[in-house]
Design a binder for this molecule. Structure first.
Ligand code: UDX
Length: 435
């Protein structure tokens, strides 16, 4: 199959590289000439384990190319995937579709033979219909069809998720689109027996939002149970295990922490709420989730201040982990931003260390001192806070850290250190949901 990927962001680049690894011929198109030039030199625009090697191997095999020339890029395509950004619109949280629609218009104008336009970006329900209207306007007789194929990959585990998905969702309204997508995903159905779910287009569009909203609800639920554990006594990790062993609930996504962040959950829950509001369908559980999660991120700053005895003024706090989760350099809606803001507002000085996030974090955290290591971030501080659970923070020399601190207070917002280990090191530990 000949595939064109429009947009070389997280989803576009990973999907393009993986499709080419399946043996398809893939052209990745992006307007950003600098990005395409760097990709030609095998410099990735994002930090994602394994991606540079995968790209290099497929470029070498002649299956993967990059260009800024959209018309050239779509010329021979059987399928054109739209993977451009759908940022939250300031004000109403609605997904901003202008990049998607502009890309579709350009693609429809440039195509010279029948092809399927496939939305891979997360797009609100009804987008496929809107795309059909654009095609009817600019290229009615070219045999272009429209399908929805939402992507469920996680940052940091993107290649594994793409190649070994729990399922693939394909939403379309015509046989030809279904056949093209069946051929594209054939390698997955042959080797991994990943179920490929064929649905109507609107259903596929809703599945993506429903999945992300459900996961956001699950995390927020266990976070509230963590608060209860802290107040009445109980251990949220044991509660999560106790409920998660019930297969109907499941053990994954029950880690209590500082609240979810990232490029998807915050944006997609807001966009889903907006769709609900536009259609007079109140989505109260999602609405509560958004509110609880926003409040939680700020509350984590207050938790640190409480652990320091209730006063932040004149104190220094070390923060370990800035990105919204490990194995990414992504700072979008990262809990660290709210935690640090709350600490600074209360008068504390903040030092921080992150293995990959400094470049993205620097413009967002102007008054933070960036340390060269976790140990440097801890030195002389009145509290050390673990915000993101990078593997590099899982086996720190706690006795060394305790000795270097002004006051050995450890606030572990990801519950990576058992109380006994912290106690042996002479640290005063505060976790999440540990009553
Ligand atoms: C998410 C979805 O998982 C993925 O399917 C979708 O395609 C995009 O959005 P991603 O944002 O990359 O992926 O990260 P994910 O690993 O899902 O984590 C999201 C947030 O939830 C992070 O802030 C993480 O720390 C938090 N989280 C996750 C928890 O607090 N507890 C958990 O148990 C799991």
């Amino acid at each position: 199959m000949r595939i064109t990927m429009i947009g070389t962001g997280y989803v576009g680049l990973v999907s393009g590289a993986c499709f080419s690894d399946f043996g398809h011929e893939v052209v990745c198109v992006d307007k950003d000439a600098g990005k395409i030039e760097r990709l030609h030199q095998n410099i990735m625009p994002i930090y994602e384990p394994g991606l540079a090697d995968l790209v290099a191997a497929n470029v070498k095999a002649g299956r993967l190319t990059f260009t800024t020339d959209l018309a050239e890029g779509v010329k021979n395509a059987d399928a054109v995937f739209i993977a451009v950004g759908t940022p939250g619109r300031p004000g109403d949280g609605h997904a901003d579709m202008k990049y998607v629609f502009a890309a579709v218009r350009e693609v429809a104008e440039a195509l010279t033979k029948p092809a399927v336009i496939v939305t891979k970006s997360t797009v609100p329900v009804g987008t496929g219909d809107e795309i059909e209207r654009i095609i009817a306007d600019v290229a009615p007789d070219k045999g272009i069809t429209v399908a929805s194929n939402p992507e469920f990959l996680r940052e940091g585990a993107a290649i594994g998720d793409f190649k070994r998905p729990d399922r693939v969702v394909v939403g379309c309204e015509d046989d030809r689109s279904r056949e093209v997508l069946r051929d594209i995903y054939r390698p997955l159905s042959l080797n991994q027996s990943a179920p490929i779910l064929y649905t109507g287009r609107r259903t596929a569009e809703i599945i993506k939002y429903a999945a992300n909203a459900f996961l956001a609800v699950k995390i927020t639920f266990i976070n509230e149970i963590a608060d209860l554990c802290e107040t009445v006594g109980g251990d949220v990790q044991e509660v999560a295990r106790g409920i998660g062993l019930d297969n109907r609930i499941g053990r994954k996504f029950l880690n209590a922490g500082p609240g979810y962040g990232g490029s998807c959950f915050p944006k997609d829950t807001l966009a889903l709420l907006q769709t609900g509001a536009d259609n007079d369908v109140p989505l109260r559980i999602v609405e509560a989730t958004v509110q609880v999660n926003d409040a939680r991120k700020r509350a984590m700053g207050r938790k640190v201040i409480k652990a320091m005895g209730g006063e932040a003024r004149g104190k220094t706090v070390g923060v370990l982990g800035l990105t919204f989760k490990p194995d990414t350099d992504d700072m979008r809606d990262a809990p660290s931003l709210a935690v640090i803001q709350a600490l600074q507002d209360a008068g504390a000085t903040v030092k921080a260390f992150d293995p990959e996030g400094f470049e993205q974090a620097r413009p967002l955290l102007k008054d933070v001192e960036f340390s060269a290591s976790a140990y440097a971030a801890a030195e002389g501080t009145d509290a050390l806070v673990i915000v993101t659970e990078w593997d590099a923070f899982r086996a720190l020399d706690l006795p060394r850290i305790a000795k270097s601190m002004n006051d050995p207070v450890l606030v572990d917002l990801r519950n990576i250190y058992p109380p006994e280990e912290a106690a042996r090191a002479g640290m005063k530990l505060t976790g999440v949901g540990k009553g």
